[in-house]
Each structure stands twice: as C-alpha cells, then as structure tokens.
Design a protein around this ligand. Structure first.
Ligand SMILES: [Zn+2]
Ligand SMILES: [Zn+2]
Ligand SMILES: [Zn+2]
Ligand SMILES: [Zn+2]
Length: 628
C-alpha cells in the first residue's frame, strides 16, 4: 500500500539518521484504514487488521499482500489476544477514540469531508456512546451538506449530554445552514445558558440579531428580567431578545482559543505542539470558525499526544511479548485462528502431540492442515522497535541452537527404526511427536540429514547406522508425514545422548580400507564374479521377487572405480537390503570396512540361495517404515 498517512507526529520517513523512537500510533496501525488498530485480527499471511476493516470475517485475500488466505470466515476472525493487550496497555480506550477524533478533524481541516465522514462513521460504529465521535460525524455530515443527518447526530449528543453546550452550539449552526434562524437562536441561547462565557455562540447570535429581519426566539419573552439581561451584550433594535452576559474574565480571553469544557487548558500547548499542523498555533485566532475548531480538540488532542510522546519501549515490558510456552520473548511469533500467539517452534511442538490450541484448547486441525505458520508481522515489528537488543540476543541464541543442530558428527539426531544402506532409498512414515520435531529441525537447519539405527536391546540403538538424507516430505493434513530419504554414509556410534525426547549420538563415519596393486586386482576379480552371481540371482528369482525388483528398481550398475566411494559399490548395499537376511547379519556386513570381506560374504550367501529352489527365499516386503 503506497498511501502514507499524513500524521504530523510520526517521524520523518526515508531513513533519516535521527529517527525518533516509535510511538504506539506509528506502530499499532491498521494497514487497511491506517488508523490505530481496533480489535486486531491476524490473518494467515501474518498481517493484522481491525476486525471491522475485514468486514468482521476473514476475506479470501489479504488486503495488504494479496496473499490467498487459508482460514476464512467469521470463525477465524478472532482478535489477536497479544495485540489487544498491547493496545490496551499502550493506548487507553479514551485515547484511542480521541486519536480517531483528531484524525477526523484533521481530514475536515484539509477539506476531505468524505474521508472524515468515513472515519467518523467507523468511530461511531465502534463506540456508539462517544459524543465526541458523534459530534465529528455531525460536522462531516454538515460539511457534505447532509444537514438532517447532522442534526440527528447533534440531537443525540444533546440528549446524551444535556449539560454540555457543545452539541447545542453546533446544532444552532446546522439549523442556521438549514435556514431555520429562530431554532438556531434557540439552540445558541440554550448553549449560553449552559456556558455563559462561550463567545462563539454569542457572536453567532449577534450576527443574526443584527440582521434587519431578525427572528424573535420563542423563549425570549420569558427571559425578560433575567439577571443576565442586557448587561454587556449588544442590544439590537427595540424588542429584540437579549443575550446572556459574559464575565470580564471571558472578555480577556478574546482572541484566544476558548476551551469549551474548561478542563484541559493547562495542557493546551502540549496538545498543539505534537498534533497540530505546523504553524497553526502561531496564527492569530480571530475568527469564530477558528475557535470552533478548538472547542473539543484540546483535551482529546492532549490525550492523544500523551500516548504519542511515550515510545513503545517505555510502555511495554518484555513480559508483554513473551511466549506462554517457553516463557521467553517470542521467536517467530505465529498467531492461531483462536487469536493466541506462540513462538512458531513452540506451537509446532505442541501440535505434534495434539491439534489443539495449548491455551484455549480450541481445535486447530484446520490450521494444522493449512500448514502455514506465517510470523505475525506486527509483533515482529514491535519487538524490533521496543527490544532490539533482546531480539538480537534471542536471534543469536536461535542461531547457536541451529549451528549445534547442524553438526553432523556431534549429537546427531538418531531415528531408531530400520536398517538403511548407502545409496538406497528409505521411505519413512513419521508420526511420533519426537520424530516430527527431529525431521522439522533437519529441514530448518538445512542439513536435511539424520542418523538411522536399528533398535538393539540394552543399548537403545545399535552401534552402527547410516546417515539418511531427506529427499522429499509429504506432509499429511493431520501433521504426520511421509518422508522419502536416501542412505548416505555409514557411521559408528561413539556415544549416546538425548535431545527433546529423541536419541542423539556422537559418531564417526566409516570408510572402506583402500587397497592397491595386486590386492586391488584380486579385489576387482572378486567384485566381477560376485556381481555376475548377483545378476544370476536376480534372473533366478520367482514372480514374487520380480515384483520386489520392480519396486526397488533393477540391480544397480557396476561402478568403474570400486573404491571411489567410502562405502563401496552401491549394488552391494542394494543386494544386502533385499536379501532375506537376519538384521544382525546385515549389521555385520554393514559394519565391516573391508570391501573384500563384504564381497566374500555376499558370494557365499548368493551361492547358497542359488542352490535353493526360488520359492525358498522369500524377499522382504518394502513399504514405508517407521512404527505405526
Ligand atoms: Zn482498520
Ligand atoms: Zn498479508
Ligand atoms: Zn515460545
Ligand atoms: Zn487459543
């Protein structure tokens, strides 16, 4: 959105080096109406809007970034609890309304009555009991020539606040606009009864009464003999009504802005210094119109000014931006459709266990299914504006955690499940919360690798395993996932550990011993003959085993340099993975670092199997592993 709201109190934009600290009004703004947020709702892209600005329900696209939104409707439009709290803490309701009033007046001052009306309209919807906003709306209506509507609002104000002169004064002005001079006089007369020193009303009355065909207010006769009668007010030609008098003190204030309610005068300067247009204060305030402007502005502007003068950092404490799960400052805060906010990782870990909000227990099945945990942009902005040092610290902590998790020899995550082999695909079905976390971390760190070991009694997992690399993940709507991995290097476990419920290990990678010269020639011969045997075995297989070959692909090609890989030729591992071998025997073949020993063993097994009729060696079924 390119619209830049004209806000005299906001710091200059465009990278000025001496940036003022951000106040609530700069930060807690709705990108749609550009006003202070009201009942903020955070949608799935991470942007926050006033609930009324979204029309009460989440629309199909974000009004700001145009991203297609995932969770729609009224159900998803719950207010963001943390943002509501921040708003309440930073800006009191009165100030929020006052701020709105200021904005409406600003628009009116710029002659943009339509926008003023729209804003006032919204204000009245939000706070139907606010007389200030109703007065604003009446002003906007009047500016647009919609006098009956203006009158309706003013009547409501006069009814709600019968002791306040403001409504009556404005009512008089609207009535005058409508040509109802007698009624206008009546309204002003009432205004002066409530506030005898209110000059603008007096002046308006004078203007009319000075006219030749001045009407006679209906109550004028009844006022004969009134204590105020004719003492200082100018008299029109005989028989004209008298004006209530004003005191000498009020006379002294001639030319000064008149504070209609008389209780915010002391903070006058404060209000104007920050919120009025530059130079406005210096202009001589001579016209009654100018004074009108000042009637209600003062105390409201002052209230609004008060909250802009404090920066967010002074209003908030770290605990306002704390995740209820880890009790630390939010890191990548995400907001659920129920309006609760958590660190992305904290929430994901909760959802690994059950698809409900950790705070209010509302079902987050749909949220989980949508799978988009976009950070709540506004909260990130606020954290950056208020606690940059702590945020940097939090980021550094996360970076260090990630670096630790990225280490591929120390504390590597171990998935205890099945035998896997270098170069051989290993499809997994991941559903246990601890493994969901593990896989997510592998993704986040970018290593996309973890160790795979089989279970071994008394040790929690075997001494040898294979690093698996994630090739693809299919996330299922309920949070489970189908993970396609491929075996990389073999390793030996040096020591065992735990992290967040899953096993870890310090490891060293295995490497086949290399041979040369005559030994290599012998090895190559052995390799050739074993490969031929493997080919015969594959041809020899019955229908069932053919089916398995189709599933696993054909016997891999021979490799040019049999010692090129630290783990030896892949076809050996392919064979070991499909042969009907006992896991402990597989592990034996797996852990040897002598290619010669591996080939010799394979030759023996193949020879034995080839002597049996095909049906005697059923091959293992291949399906996604992982404990279901
Ligand atoms: Zn809004
Ligand atoms: Zn958006
Ligand atoms: Zn957290
Ligand atoms: Zn919740």
């Amino acid at each position: 959105m390119s619209r830049d709201p004209p806000n005299p109190s906001s710091p200059p934009r465009g990278g000025s080096p001496a940036r003022q600290p951000l106040g609530p009004l700069d930060t807690l703004r709705c990108p749609s109406c550009l006003l202070l947020l009201w009942e903020p709702v955070t949608v799935s892209c991470g942007h926050s809007f006033c609930k009324p600005c979204l029309g009460g329900a989440v629309p199909s696209r974000c009004p700001l970034c145009q991203e297609r939104l995932k969770l729609l409707g009224v159900e998803a439009a719950r207010c963001n609890v943390v943002l509501c709290g921040l708003l309440e803490k930073c800006v009191e309701r009165e100030s929020r309304l006052a701020w709105l009033v200021t904005r409406v007046r600003d628009r009116l001052g710029r002659g943009d009555a339509r926008e003023a009306l729209r804003m006032a309209q919204k204000g009245v919807e939000l706070a139907p009991d606010s007389s200030s906003l109703r007065l604003c709306r009446a002003e906007a209506f009047a500016a647009l020539g919609q006098h009956p509507q203006a009158l309706e609002d003013l009547d409501a104000v006069c009814r709600a606040e019968p002791g306040q002169h403001e409504g009556f004064f404005r009512k008089g002005k609207v009535l005058l606009e409508m040509g109802q001079r007698a009624e206008a006089l009546l309204a002003w007369e009432h205004c002066l009864t409530l506030s005898p020193h209110f000059h603008p009303a007096r002046r308006e009355m004078e203007k009319i009464l000075m006219q030749k065909d001045a009407p006679q207010p209906r109550t004028a006769a009844a006022r004969q003999g009134d204590a105020h009668r004719g003492s200082t007010g100018p008299q029109a030609d005989g028989g004209s009504p008298a004006l209530p008098s004003s005191s000498a003190q009020a006379q002294d204030q001639e030319g000064e802005p008149v504070d209609g309610r008389g209780d915010a005068g002391s903070e006058h300067g404060q209000g104007t210094a920050t919120l009025s247009e530059p130079g406005r204060r210096q202009e001589p305030e001579t016209s009654a119109e100018r004074q009108d402007q000042w009637l209600v502005d003062n105390e409201e502007e002052t209230a609004a000014a008060k909250c802009t003068q404090l920066c967010l950092g002074e209003l908030l404490s770290i605990s306002d931006l704390e995740c209820s799960l880890c009790i630390r400052m939010f890191f990548e805060p995400v907001t659920t459709p129920c309006g609760h906010t958590f660190c992305k990782e904290c929430l994901e870990r909760c959802l690994d266990h059950r698809p409900n909000c950790p705070l209010c227990k509302q079902s987050l099945r749909e949220y989980l299914k949508a799978g988009s945990y976009s950070p709540t942009v506004l909260l990130q902005d606020i954290m950056l504006a208020t606690f940059p040092a702590q945020l940097a610290e939090r980021r550094e902590l996360h970076r260090a955690e990630m670096a630790e998790l990225s280490n591929l020899t120390k504390n590597i995550p171990i998935f205890v499940c099945t035998m896997s082999f270098p170069g051989i695909a290993c499809p997994l079905h991941v559903f246990e919360p601890r493994y969901r976390l593990m896989i997510r971390r592998c993704q986040e760190t970018g290593t996309r690798r973890f160790g795979m070991c089989i279970y071994e009694n008394g040790k929690s997992f075997a001494d040898y395993g294979c690093m698996l690399e994630i090739r693809q993940i299919e996330l299922l709507p309920d949070g489970r996932s189908l993970v396609d991995t491929i075996g990389r290097r073999r390793f030996r476990v040096l020591s065992r550990g735990h992290r967040d419920g899953y096993n870890t290990a310090d490891i060293e990678y295995l490497e086949d011993k290399k041979v040369a010269g005559e030994e290599l020639q012998e090895l190559q011969c052995l390799h050739e003959s074993t490969y031929r045997l493997a080919q015969r075995f594959c041809e020899h297989g019955d229908l069932a085993s053919r089916h398995i070959f189709m599933q696993h692909g054909p016997l891999p090609e021979k490799e040019e340099d049999i010692q090129a890989s630290a783990d030896g030729p892949t076809w050996c591992w392919w064979l070991i993975s499909i042969l009907p071998l006992d896991p402990s025997y597989q592990l034996n073949l797996f852990s040897t670092t002598s290619l010669r020993a591996r080939l010799t063993q394979l030759q023996r097994i193949l020879a034995a199997l080839l002597q049996q009729p095909p049906a005697r060696h059923p091959l293992p079924e291949r399906s996604p592993r992982g404990r279901v």
